[in-house]
Design a protein around this ligand. Structure first.
Ligand code: BGC
Length: 749
């Protein structure tokens, strides 16, 4: 077997080489193995490693390409037997026996589907994000997938953009913490463990800032904003050892990321010293031609490789043109070698040379009890309680009949959310099923779908729904979005409830019964009227396989809401972009009212105060970043700082007392925000710097301490250097981005 010959040669030569005995032994050996192998490769074989193809329908010609060493990686192939077959072609029948790297989008679960990433972000809990990724890796690697294209860490401040569902929301720090947790979950402690997958930080860079929220659109992010807002999660990913990075589709200020040398060489390789693989997005090399940035496919290949893109996903420009480009001297062989080194290094790190095959006889882990339980907890922690008048929730003993109404109550496919290739709706438990199975013996559950799906406009069954509502003690309406309405290429210009869903809520309201609205959606929706009509509102995102049981237990108080919004909810689309940490304007808004109808006739030009607001939407959003209610209440008291004046190397201890002043044992997400009062450039109104989940029993008080490194206040200011600037800072601790205990401290250098 050729692979064994190769391994034997590599191992022998490695052992003979000096200098691989220190703590860096493993990576030193990998480097030696990479060099050995590289020295034996033809140019064609090298370019083959840089070629990633879609394996959805592999045929004989495809198998031939593998044997010829013309494919380095394959995505979208998931049958273990087929993977073992093609792997044996690569390992035994290609000249050098280099194993293939099998990739797939495992975004929020493989078979057991966790809440969409935006929902996971609402938990503010890196542990559940890490656990979700570990479980996804355990399930997916059993099918032979060793590389996932996640996490997506695009800062997303525009809910029209369908891919906001895949993001961790609008905040840089929250995204950074959760993305690193997801990477750790996928990659584990040791990438060579067969149950670990290489993660992929995507999309570099700024993809979430698409103009108008329209997917694939241009972005205009100046370098300072790029470095202060969009790049930090990627830098954190690199520091955390993320194995790969994907370039984005968009052009930023005219330069497509896939051909952006400054980004890929200067920042990624030189500044951050990234030694993993940079892969293009799907056909984004070829699309530089469509952008009008490259003249033709050959030009696109030259631009991408010279910019520093190691592997091309599916569009064949590399495999077709790189050889000629090298012959013509337009691409140097050292540039090719650099890319191939990165790819081979990853394959060695993943242990693919030792362990190329999948063990197909292992007990299947997909949908195991442990995995389902973890998915349920993740869903519970992702739910955000937005309203709870008169403590309608949790449902009490007096509730004997519940009317369950709406198109999302029993939509097993849609509740899984976007980017689900492998989760099966047959394994999904809907709220209706869960309520019947878990609580059907204690309450009478009556059900009317009323609308078949979220876009349905047929109101013919509204009468029946109203009739049901009249017969019930409480009405629970499940509305939202089908999964296909968010995700890639699914932007919306109107993010209000689709179809006749708002009419349905208006109709049911006529029953004058306590009304609980549960939203299941992939993005923030403009739901002001629906919230007003409801007594309680639970935002459940697309909660995944176990969304139903998680919702049922929360409605009945077996679990208590703890999620907080990772993204601002606008009142109306015209407010977008609306996010909590915008820069300070010279004329900040001072209220929250809507003034349009109060403007007197022939009013004078300045009569409304000249501040930054919309006449028709007022000053604030519908719900702020970080907001979320509980069944209990929390009190913050006695904020104390360890020092009021610190230098740039100091660590500020911030402590306060948190009391659970309500009747339920519950978890609060405590949040710490800082405002830099004067900067060399204009600074954000505030920025999240720390957060923690704290669980308290009713009546319990606990002293909470954060240790805030002053270094974490650094930013790229006027001279584009990353540093802390001296001066005064406001500090706030609280349960959302708007309310809390405030104090000040100063930093001197
Ligand atoms: C998406 C990526 C994804 C890739 C592979 C592209 O269309 O933008 O996020 O990883 O396809 O499926």
């Amino acid at each position: 077997m050729r692979i064994f010959k190769l391994v034997a040669i590599v191992v022998f030569t490695t052992l003979m080489m000096p200098g691989c005995n220190g703590p860096e032994k493993v990576s030193c050996k990998i480097e030696q193995n990479v060099e050995q192998l590289l020295s034996r490769m033809t140019l064609r074989e090298k370019i083959g490693q840089m070629n990633q193809l879609n394996g959805r329908r592999p045929d004989e010609a495809f198998f031939e390409q593998i044997k010829n060493g013309e494919i380095g990686s394959i995505l979208n192939i998931e049958q273990p037997e087929l993977i073992n077959h093609i792997q044996s072609l690569a390992v035994n029948e290609s000249r050098l026996g280099i194993p293939l790297l099998i990739a797939r989008d495992v975004i929020h679960g493989y078979k057991t589907i966790f809440p969409i990433p935006l929902g996971q972000a609402a938990s503010f809990n890196p542990d559940i994000v890490q656990e979700g990724a570990r479980i996804a890796a355990a399930e997916a690697t059993q099918d032979g997938i060793r590389w996932t294209f996640a996490p997506m860490m695009d800062i997303s401040r525009d809910p029209r953009w369908g891919r906001i569902a895949e993001s961790f929301g609008e905040d840089t720090y929250l995204t950074e913490v959760l993305a690193v947790a997801m990477i750790r979950g996928f990659q584990g402690d040791d990438l060579s463990n067969p149950s670990s997958m290489a993660a992929c930080a995507k999309h570099l860079i700024g993809y979430g800032a698409a103009e108008g929220g329209k997917d694939y659109n241009s972005t205009y992010i100046p370098e300072r904003q790029l470095r202060n807002v969009y790049l930090p999660p990627f830098e954190a990913a690199v520091k955390a050892g993320c194995a790969t990075i994907m370039t984005s589709f968009n052009d930023n200020d005219g330069i497509p990321a896939t051909g952006n040398r400054f980004l890929l060489r200067d920042i990624l390789r030189k500044e951050w010293r990234f030694d993993g693989v940079v892969v293009s997005d799907w056909a984004s090399v070829k699309e530089m031609v469509v952008h009008g940035f490259s003249a033709d496919d050959k030009d696109a290949a030259m631009t991408a490789i010279n910019a520093g893109l190691d592997m091309e996903m599916v569009s064949l420009c590399y495999i077709r043109h790189l050889e000629t480009l090298v012959e013509e001297g337009k691409v140097s062989i050292s540039t090719i070698d650099e890319a191939v080194r990165n790819i081979l290094r990853l394959k060695f790190r993943l242990g693919l040379f030792d362990n190329p095959y999948i063990e197909t006889d292992k007990t299947r882990l997909a949908y195991s009890e442990e995995h389902l339980q973890a998915a349920k907890i993740a869903a519970e922690e992702s739910f955000v309680l937005l309203k709870n008048n008169n403590n309608v929730l949790p449902l009490n003993d007096r509730v004997k009949t519940i009317a369950v109404i709406g198109p999302m109550a029993d939509a097993p496919h849609d509740q899984m959310g976007t980017w689900v290739f492998d989760g099966e709706k047959e394994h999904t438990v809907t709220p209706l099923t869960a309520l019947r199975e878990m609580y059907g013996n204690q309450v009478n559950i009556i059900y009317e779908e009323a609308l078949k799906f979220s876009r349905d406009k047929d109101k013919s069954r509204f009468n029946k729904a109203l009739d049901l509502a009249r017969r019930a003690d409480v009405v629970i309406v499940f509305v939202g979005e089908e999964s296909i309405l968010s995700g890639e290429a699914h932007s919306l210009a109107d993010i209000s409830l689709q179809g006749a869903q708002t009419d349905l809520i208006r109709e049911i309201k006529k029953a004058k019964k306590p009304l609980v609205t549960v939203f299941m959606a992939g993005r923030p929706l403009t739901i002001g009227e629906e919230v007003d009509l409801s007594d309680a509102v639970l935002y459940a995102w697309h909660p995944g396989t176990m969304g139903g049981p998680a919702i049922a237990d929360m409605l009945f108080g077996k679990s208590v809401p703890s999620g907080k919004l990772p993204v601002t909810f606008p009142k109306m689309v015209g407010q977008i972009p609306v996010y909590y940490n915008h820069n300070r304007t010279g004329r900040p808004a001072r209220g929250n009212e809507v003034l349009l109808d109060e403007i007197p006739l022939e009013a004078r030009q300045s009569s409304l105060g000249n501040t930054s607001y919309y006449l028709d939407a007022g000053f604030g959003p519908l719900f702020h970043f970080g907001f979320g209610l509980s069944y209990t209440t929390f009190d913050y008291e006695n904020l104390i700082l360890s020092s009021l004046e610190l230098d740039a190397n100091a660590v500020l201890e911030v402590s306060f007392n948190l009391t659970n002043s309500g009747a339920f044992e519950a978890t609060e997400v405590v949040q710490l925000y800082v405002t830099d009062l004067v900067g060399s450039t204009v600074r954000p109104v505030k920025e999240l710097k720390e957060f923690r989940r704290v669980s308290l029993k009713p009546g319990e008080t606990r002293k909470i301490s954060f240790h805030l490194p002053i270094a974490s206040l650094a930013f790229y200011g006027i001279d584009m250097e990353y540093k802390v600037e001296p001066g005064m800072f406001n500090l706030m601790v609280g349960g959302n981005s708007q309310e809390g205990l405030m104090t000040q401290f100063s930093v001197c250098l």
